[in-house]
Design a protein around this ligand. Structure first.
Ligand code: SDX
Length: 396
């Protein structure tokens, strides 16, 4: 395929986009990365396998894998001056606001990436973004709680390194729990890419103007932030906490009734999907990871009980069944991230970290097509026809 996207939704033609990266069958609940089922990649592979696969189209050989991982790790540090950006934010700045700013600002430190047509520069920009997102994300968290920034450690893998940068402090030894890191790695794999969703389409649209990849990913972060999209994981947890605050599972019928009431803007967060009209395969895997983490920590979580009860009631309700509204990837992620000690404001940041792999893979596929045209969705004009100007002294 050419990776070309032509949006032309007006007058009979349809918006279409050719890509060979991710395939979704919304009715059957199928998700494939370059033809490999997400279930197998999550169960048998690791972050580096899936990242190499999405970027380069094949699973890496042993040697390719070692080289690729070293290449990614080479870029985990950020320019020391970038740290000044974090000092400018108030302590209560939402980390997604910080990420939009600092990721776009990366372009100020790598002027050469403006040459988006240079394949070597393209690849280096992809590696830099994948490698630096965890460092930038953990820096946002550390500065928000007034703790010193923890530098990346290249002896740890992607998920271990992130947990270490989030929770280590200079004054104490901090050992990353490999089982919890593995659970987090699976969560990242489930979020890497998802075809032409809102934020990926935003990245492609920005890239079609030949904007540099840092600016493109910053635009993707901005689009992902919305509660109808990646911001849903934070919104799900707040919804479950609200149900818990109002009294727990007996509040669920009231919440479900509100979600069905057309006069109420409330929606069941974590339910429904633009493409999946069956169970989101990622939601099933997220629920398994949630159980595994809670069991490992020897913890129960009333929010999980509420989530399970909410899912059961909703899936028996005609309103949800008729509209094929099933739990999506965001429905369980908040519970497992909370169990891992991740603060709720960071949930969408973790989504953006992982989705950066898909964004750069899709950007790379698109810019490789030198004949690519700038994206320009057509509109169906519904405004006034031509009118004559009226001077202000003649107006009512
Ligand atoms: C992600 O595209 C992707 O791939 C995204 C994503 C990715 O990996 O990139 O999968 C990640 O964004 C997952 C979705 C996370 N968002 C949420 O959980 C927010 C809650 N969900 C809804 O806002 C909604 O379901 C959307 C936005 C996800 C999908 O919206 P659609 O497909 O445009 O559905 P719609 O708005 O046309 O709704 C169809 C009907 C409507 O009712 P009717 O007009 O038919 O009477 O279903 C209703 C909606 O009111 N509906 C809901 C609902 N979602 C849809 N009613 C109650 N609760 C909901 N959650």
């Amino acid at each position: 395929s050419t990776g070309m996207c032509t949006f032309d939704p007006g007058f009979g033609s349809t918006a279409s986009c050719e890509s060979s990266i991710t395939y979704i069958d919304g009715n059957k609940g199928i998700l494939l990365y370059r033809g490999y089922p997400i279930e197998e990649l999550a169960a048998e592979g690791d972050f580096i396998d899936s990242t190499f696969l999405l970027l380069h189209g094949e699973l890496p050989s042993k040697q390719e894998k070692a080289l690729f991982e070293r290449e990614i790790k080479y870029h985990t540090l950020v320019h020391e001056q970038l740290i000044q950006f974090y000092r400018g934010f108030r302590h209560d700045a939402h980390p997604m606001a910080i990420m939009v700013g600092v990721v776009g600002a990366l372009a100020a430190f790598y002027p050469e990436v403006a040459e988006v047509r240079n394949p070597q520069q393209q690849l280096r920009a992809c590696y830099r973004l994948i490698a630096k997102m965890p460092t930038l994300a953990a820096m946002a968290y550390k500065t928000s709680i007034g703790q010193p920034i923890i530098y990346p450690r290249n002896d740890l893998n992607y998920a271990e390194n992130f947990l270490h940068m989030m929770f280590a402090v200079p004054s104490e030894r901090y050992e990353v729990d490999p089982e919890l890191a593995k659970a987090l790695e699976i969560i990242f794999i489930l979020h890497l890419d998802h075809e032409q969703n809102a934020s990926t389409s935003t990245v492609r649209t920005a890239g079609s103007s030949q904007a540099n990849p840092f600016a493109c990913v910053a635009s993707g972060i901005a689009a992902l932030w919305g509660p109808a999209h990646g911001g849903a994981n934070e919104a799900v947890l707040k919804m479950l906490e609200e149900i818990d605050r109002l009294g727990g599972v007996e509040q669920i019928p009231t919440m479900v009734a509100r979600a069905k009431d057309k006069n109420d803007s409330f929606r069941l967060m974590g339910f429904g999907h633009r493409v999946y009209k069956s169970y989101d395969p990622r939601a099933k895997l997220m629920r398994q990871v949630t159980y595994r983490v809670l069991e490992k920590l020897g913890r129960k979580d009333t929010l999980l009980d509420i989530a399970m009860e909410l899912e059961k009631i909703a899936l028996q309700d005609d309103y949800f069944v008729k509209r094929s509204l099933y739990p999506n990837v965001d429905f369980y992620s908040g519970i497992v991230l909370r169990a891992l000690g991740i603060p709720v404001e960071m949930y969408t940041v973790l989504f953006a970290m992982a989705r950066t792999v898909g964004w750069v893979a899709q950007w790379k596929e698109m810019v490789a097509d030198a004949t690519g045209r700038i994206t320009r969705p057509r509109q169906i004009y519904t405004g006034e026809l031509r009118r004559k100007f009226i001077p202000v002294y003649e107006r009512q």
